[in-house]
Design a protein around this ligand. Sequence first.
Ligand code: GTP
Ligand code: SPV
Ligand code: MN
Length: 650
Amino acid sequence: MPPTPTNVPFEFYSAYDSDIEPCLSNVVKASLKKKPDYFAPRTRNFTVKNLPASVRAFVEESVELCRPSDVHVMDGSERENKLIIEKLINDKTIVKLTKYKNSYLALTDPRDVARVESRTFICTTNKSDAIPTPANPSIKGSLGNWMSLQDLEKAVDERFPNCMQGRTMFVIPFSMGPVGGPMSKIGVQVTDSPYVAAAMRIMTRVGEPVIENLQEGADFVKALHSVGRSPNMIPSWPCDPERTIILHKPECNEIISYGSGYGGNSLLGKKCFALRIGSTIAKREGWLAEHMLIVGITSPHGDKKYICAAFPSACGKTNLAMLESALPGYKVECVGDDIAWLKYNAKTKMLHAINPEAGFFGVAPGTNWKTNPNAMASMQENSIFTNVGHTSDGGVWWEGMEKPAEGITITDWLGKPYTGKAGHPAAHPNSRFTSPASQCPIIDPLWEASEGVPISAILFGGRRPEGVPLVYESFDWEHGVLVGAGMRSEATAAAEHRGKEIMHDPFAMRPFFGYNFGHYMSHWLSQQTRHGEIKLPKIFHVNWFRKDADGKFLWPGFGDNIRVLDWILRRVDNDCSIIEATPIGYVPKEGSLNLEGLSPQPDMKKLLSVPKDFWKKEAESIEKYLKEQIDKDVPAQVLNQLQALKERLS
Ligand code: GTP
Ligand code: SPV
Ligand code: MN
């Protein structure tokens, strides 16, 4: 397929090696003589030829396989971004949002709107390294999908040859974490999606310093991505939904993704690298890669502590990460909203966390100036919105946002006039904003600290309409590991699941484990002993989503969640006067949560109750899940904790 005339010619190093010369299209060749004025010569660093040998080999192999019409090595500059944006506008992938500075709206193929968990695979020599083996062959495993390395080769051969024909291949050198930091890691993604290139530039650190780091010999994760091609694809959002596949090779730190341009399927630094490959590197090196937000909380006395929280997709991480305190005197500052890398720090003898990302890819619906003013402020410029509604004054709109002004009309994410009719939302439920983290008004001063911030507490949580109290504390680390392992939550639109079924989602990592979940639990348990002296974070479970008989949330949530954090921080300081022991852990003693100024006063009895019958069933369900799904790989300590829970409940 020849490149479309609207293809913006990206620089392809003119003295590029002749062995790849045949894949240079004539259009691109011509363009090399006549460059756009603003495309000043770039430094020699940003050419395939000048990449460090290992990176160059990866790029050349990818070119050989995918046959793009040209190759562009990203330098991360403003000038370059202008070109990419121009190309995206020409391709009709994005439109400019005139209401905001340097912001754009992308509308995807309606078949490419979320992560596809069923088509995501971990590929290892031994299956049991990647996923647990269910107790009996008739049980389908639900803790990830495995594929053999041979089948991976076959899947690649069936999809990748020539898949980038007529397209530019972008080479994106990126760093997860501050470039060169002791907890940071480098990746190189090649992709034929300029949308992905533009989004990766927001979500990760891209460009010159990364190349320098690579030149000094840094290891890197190889990430190959193509949106693919299919007979019925739409030109503005090429993809191949029928053959989409996302493959990980943790044994050699490689990611191969085909067919989708959306979110975690295509921004390979995020779930593929920072969680799936990241968790396997972390296992080898003794640290943890987790689906967690990181926030700093300063109390009215000026005491600052950092906490992490693991909630499943679309269950409130971004919102908690940017909380505007409803209690006077508290200040919350954001380090990260989705992923945390936690590593033992020998100086403080605590686990320290970095946010490996540089941007937010946040759920749009439900976000507004009241629920999350800091997210709203973060997305006022330099942002890409995907699958939200478009207002007639050049802005965006989604369900849950403040009403647009009188006379403003909305076009929905499918390009149709928005009528408000049930079942036809303006924004897709998994529509998102992509914004630089640096634009968050409450970004923490230490958010780029290369050794991370010390973590005092870890929260687990999910959407639990019934039975699960607003907050409880585990008795100790081992019990906390059971609390994480037993997590369940209502399914959301972040992946392809339908309906609101309550799913097991251990550690909010079910779709993101890079290795056998049984081994993962053992690795968590090993944190107690592997570093010598350690002050481990206390572990809690929270639930903002308990409902009353009418299906209404019992707890106001959002800014009022500070009331729960306040209790948690007092527990971190070991205040024993505020707890009451229950079979599942410590809950707040009556009157110990600060509810000042909250009206109406929520029904705390209901919110904190621990119904025994419910919990007996819950413990049974966790036991069944662990025994059926993980079988012999469940660590003995976890089974002991489960037994102890059952005894406390009987
Ligand atoms: P991912 O980016 O998919 O990992 O999601 P996330 O965990 O960051 O979820 P996010 O904070 O974006 O929240 C998802 C949805 O839950 C949004 O529609 C929010 O408005 C809603 N939400 C978040 N916090 C609360 C809360 O405290 N109470 C209620 N009722 N809803 C909330
Ligand atoms: C999630 O689904 O948990 C996300 C969005 O954070 S995605 O990047 O698509 O994984
Ligand atoms: Mn997430």
